[in-house]
Write a protein that binds this ligand. Sequence first.
Ligand SMILES: C[C@H](NC(=O)[C@@H](N)CCCCN)C(=O)O
Length: 461
Amino acid sequence: MVETVRKSLRDSAAARWTALLIVSFTMMCGYFLTDVLSPIVGLLESQLNWTRADYGVYTSSYGWFNVFLVMLILGGIILDKLGIRITGLGATALMVIGTAIKYWAVSTHVLDGETIMGLNAQLFWACIGFAVFAVGVEVAGITVSKIIVKWFKGKEMATAMGMQVALARVGTAFALGFSVPIARALGVIDVSRPVLVALIGLCIGLIAFIVYMVMDKKLDASEANDVQAEISHEDEFKISDIGKILTNKGWWYIAILCVLFYSAVFPFLKYATDLMVNKFGVDQNIAGLIPMLLPFGNILLTPLFGGIYDRKGKGASIMIIGSLLLIVVHALFSVQMLNNWIIAMILVIILGVAFSLVPSAMWPSVPKIVPEKRLGTAYSLIFWVQNWGLMGVPLLIGWVLEKYCITGQTMRDGMMVNTYDYTLPMLIFTGFGLLALVFAFLLKAEDKKKGYGLESPNIEG
Ligand SMILES: C[C@H](NC(=O)[C@@H](N)CCCCN)C(=O)O
């Protein structure tokens, strides 16, 4: 009898890279919306009367439902229990719904003059929309990480994760670079226009995810026998597995490193355009172009560093180097006399290197510490810890700026607006970097003790 060796769909390079591209596109649209208002802080002040503190509240609303209603953790458990397709579809739909609410909030006039819970009603609804969207984009993020492990385990996993992050950064870069021109297009300033563009993108992202669902079904069908075998060997995910994750020291080091490192990057990006205007004297119409270099650098470097991790290993060391660079950049940003825009550009580029090194090694390291059946929950718990930072730090920076950093007033777009000294916020970001470095070293020591293989290559054989 002739025995045929049945191949899994994931053995086809074309199939797995196509799957990656499709889900990465959906994430890219999500990242575009996440930062779409960051470069127009000044316009939000002049058009909608949002102060820096209001903007801080808006940015922090990203974590309201994820953190306080533990939606992110629930999303991870749902992912491990119900699977990739249903969780991903729900998450993508939430992104669209949240963005639609936010678009309505920033474009309507029916809320003018009203307040809800002490907030201007327009700001309140923009926050609700952003909070709903955030549940969607975070749960979609963990779903996509699990999708990549599913297709790429034992293969180019870190390169694939790097590619996905790279495409996500394209979304961030477009938001930073094109939000202002979109808001100013057609001769009339309209801050809701970039949100509308993001909403259209997310609807296309939803359709893309539905296309992916077909591929995912085909992958499962191609592995039907293997899956049966796996189920008989491995129990299904149980709620008690959460305890196993939380008692794992290596997992904690990654989670804490993640919150500290990302707290010094994403919240920094939210204020980076304003920093360029206030510290480096860049015109606000083009100030978003300098922070845009950061995600553009990531686009090339994250897959490159991921490739190095796949082939050579050294994951923990890569995270240490990334944390070191982060400290150097923020410390130099806080030096008052360094106020030439060329220095700002160089620092942003170095920050881009740091922000490629750490994510390219951090996310592919999680499956080395936690088994696949608990991976959705493990990623969601890391994102949950991280979301405390993504929520709290912009709020902190907004508050610090309003309370301690106002230096005067100036005329922009025909409106009097405050000017700010960014030294204190940059010192706060430096502090996060220093703590991140400590946890990167602790992670490396734990890896040595437990033999997780963080310093070993990902590609088998
Ligand atoms: C992969 C990783 N994603 C995250 O950290 C998300 N929790 C945050 C998403 C924020 C969206 N702007 C990353 O982007 O490096």
